[in-house]
Design a protein around this ligand. Structure first.
Ligand code: BDR
Ligand code: CA
Length: 311
């Protein structure tokens, strides 16, 4: 069993990733840590608790994390995910509480106590992970792997022409994490924008009428009816975070290429851009395994089968 800490900013696709983790027998979700990103950390923490309440999983610790990026000014994605981050669905007040420890301390404690066992799966800005590396650098030797949703290597960005949201939100944190010298898989927009769930598939998934699948349909309706149409899209949902989570326990869904990736910190137009040194002479040694292709059909089938069976 793979022990995962999901570091997250729910977020509709974060919610979908969390449900996949809970639905997958290969995964033991050791903790959920929250970060400011799609919406504030108060709201992402509340959302994580709401989602675990919905799924009936009061056994999983939730630790609240960073409220601000390390250096830059916060951006958010409430226009994509709704003001509450969960498609403006009015969920009941969660019955769970976060633990008292800060996310950064929980991450350090869990990784240090179980050398080689914990996989970190950050699917939001990398603030907590960077702070954990700075506070306890030995986690880089003790972690099993870090599987990150972030970046855009050979495709356009989604917040600026070149930068992807999670990296652009805290580029300095991303720089620390990418250069920490630990094993990283980078699940970037190069593959996540190909991992598309169609509206008809959401309806099929929700046909069992369970609390969780109904919540998925409600949250995604916001995307299909409010955000998507502004971009001429009423049918395609990018499964960014669920693909990243799946890659942690089933990496053969994706084709990987070792590559050196750096983050632009000073560009006035390109801040937060991830630059991949593909097939160039005299490049530094690869620091990530980059996702370059995905078996979308197999991934979406896996998602639907797992979640429909578990909830
Ligand atoms: C990432 O940005 C967020 O809005 C999503 O939750 C995902 O983690 C995609 O760029
Ligand atoms: Ca996210």
């Amino acid at each position: 069993m793979l022990r995962i800490i999901l570091d997250t900013d729910p977020g509709i696709d974060d919610a979908l990733a969390l449900f996949l983790a809970l639905a997958s027998p290969e995964v033991q979700l050791a903790a959920v840590t929250t970060v400011s990103g799609n919406v504030s950390v108060e709201q992402t923490t509340r959302n994580a608790l709401t989602l675990l309440t919905l799924a009936g999983r009061s056994d999983i610790p939730v630790a609240r994390g960073s409220a601000q990026p390390l250096v830059s000014t916060s951006i958010d994605a409430a226009h994509v995910h709704g003001a509450n981050g969960l498609g403006e669905v009015d969920f009941p007040i969660p019955t769970l509480e976060p633990v008292t420890r800060h996310a950064v301390d929980l991450i350090i404690e869990m990784v240090m106590q179980a050398p080689g066992e914990i996989t970190l799966v950050p699917i939001g800005p990398l603030t907590n992970i960077a702070l954990a590396v700075r506070k306890e650098p030995r986690i880089t030797e003790r972690v099993r792997e870090v599987v990150i949703m972030g970046g855009a290597l050979r495709v356009p960005g989604n917040v600026t022409p070149h930068a992807e949201f999670n990296i652009a939100s805290d580029a300095h944190a991303a720089h620390i994490v990418l250069h920490a010298g630990w094993p990283i898989r980078l699940v970037s927009l190069d593959t996540t924008t190909r991992a598309i769930m169609h509206r008809a598939q959401v309806e099929e998934l929700a046909a069992n009428g369970s609390r969780v699948t109904t919540a998925i349909r409600q949250m995604m309706s916001y995307y299909f009816e409010v955000f998507g149409p502004q971009h001429g899209n009423t049918d395609r949902f990018h499964m960014h975070d669920p693909l990243c989570l799946a890659a942690a326990f089933q990496p053969d869904l994706i084709t990987w290429e070792p590559v050196y990736v750096d983050v632009e910190l000073t560009g006035t137009l390109t801040q937060g851009t991830t630059v991949g040194y593909f097939n160039r002479p005299h490049t530094p040694a690869p620091n990530v395994l980059a996702s370059v292709a995905v078996d979308t059909e197999r991934f979406i089938r896996l998602y639907m089968e797992r979640v429909a069976a578990a909830f």
